[in-house]
Design a protein around this ligand. Sequence first.
Ligand code: NAD
Ligand code: DAU
Length: 348
Amino acid sequence: MKSILITGGAGFIGSHVIREFVNKYPEVKIINIDALTYAGNLENLTDVEGSKNYKFIKADITDAKVIFEIFEEHQPEGIIHLAAESHVDRSITNPLDFVITNVIGTVNLLNAANHIWKGKYEGKRFHHVSTDEVYGALGDTGFFTEETSYDPHSPYSASKASSDHFVRAYHDTYGLPVVITNCSNNYGPNHFPEKLIPLCIHNILNNKPLPIYGNGKYTRDWLYVIDHAKAIDLVFHEGKDGGSYNVGGFNEWQNIDLVKELCSQMDEKLKRPSGTCEQLITYVKDRPGHDLRYAIDANKINQELGWKPSVTFEEGLSKTIDWFLDNKGWLENVTSGEYQKYYSTQYN
Ligand code: NAD
Ligand code: DAU
């Protein structure tokens, strides 16, 4: 059985990619490698854990020896690499963790792929999942294209930019068959509540303040996570060797407007009088080095591979809220213990 190794499959986006691949490719063995950090949660995968073509291996991508052994044993024909430290605010507090996982972890995987494929690259592929944050920040106009120069500002985006450079270097130096996707902000089921949307959903349910950094006019381009998983499937199978593809929602929102839309949908779903949730909005100290605006030009993936988002933001947000309301146990589990400590340090 041919196998594909997916790193970070217990995380937010990774779990949706695992589900997409396990269900769509029953003849392919999907191996999930995840260290189960605070962000990794096997509860995200209960519906696929019994599938014949799915295997979970708890392993840390920073451990080169273990990674080599896994590659030797399973001889994957493809790697889809999502494992990372992913939260900008945590990168400001602990930058080195981001270098270790995002840079060294990625290089370990590149070395292991190079080692087992030994220059025989026919039918092989290393897909690196990256972010639009590597491009830096836009002013009020313009878009990030695949040709935009890298200009990262946070330790997180600097570590992701560095990992992208290593992936390209292995392509150019060794001929390793690689593709990179640079995606905008995802949202959807299983989103860890340290990020804006799930954090606000969690706080609304608990009648806690909704913390808006700075003046709230920072702008992000939001994409429903399942649309990202489908884009990864397309690029992994059909993207051009050595190429990179921007993935985005054609969907820009200033943070304050987004949170107001969330509040209005939640008032309705929770049967609270209109305007109730909005009263929780609280402006707080800004994020240092906060990027003003991200906006993706996703025309290349649209024109070359026919990908486009399948849901509008209002629909995606409604589905997301419904998922959180139906999975309050999940939210409680991930917000107990360690999360409380993180929250009080970050917001008090
Ligand atoms: P996440 O934080 O929800 O999940 C990361 C996963 O990686 C977790 O399961 C965690 O246990 C695992 N992991 C972390 N360190 C590891 C290690 N050393 N070894 C093995 N596993 C480890 O992240 P996410 O939001 O799902 O993001 C996934 C990827 O997509 C990341 O590479 C991120 O940079 C990229 N990305 C995210 C977004 C977004 O909006 N969330 C947008 C664009 C790109
Ligand atoms: O653009 C893609 C990136 O999107 C990914 O690469 C990252 O992994 C992912 O975390 C996300 O980064 P952001 O920093 O944009 O996401 P976050 O949800 O943390 O913040 C979204 C915006 O909301 C940002 O402008 C900061 C702001 N914000 C965030 C939090 C957590 C607030 O105003 N208040 C908050 O409490």
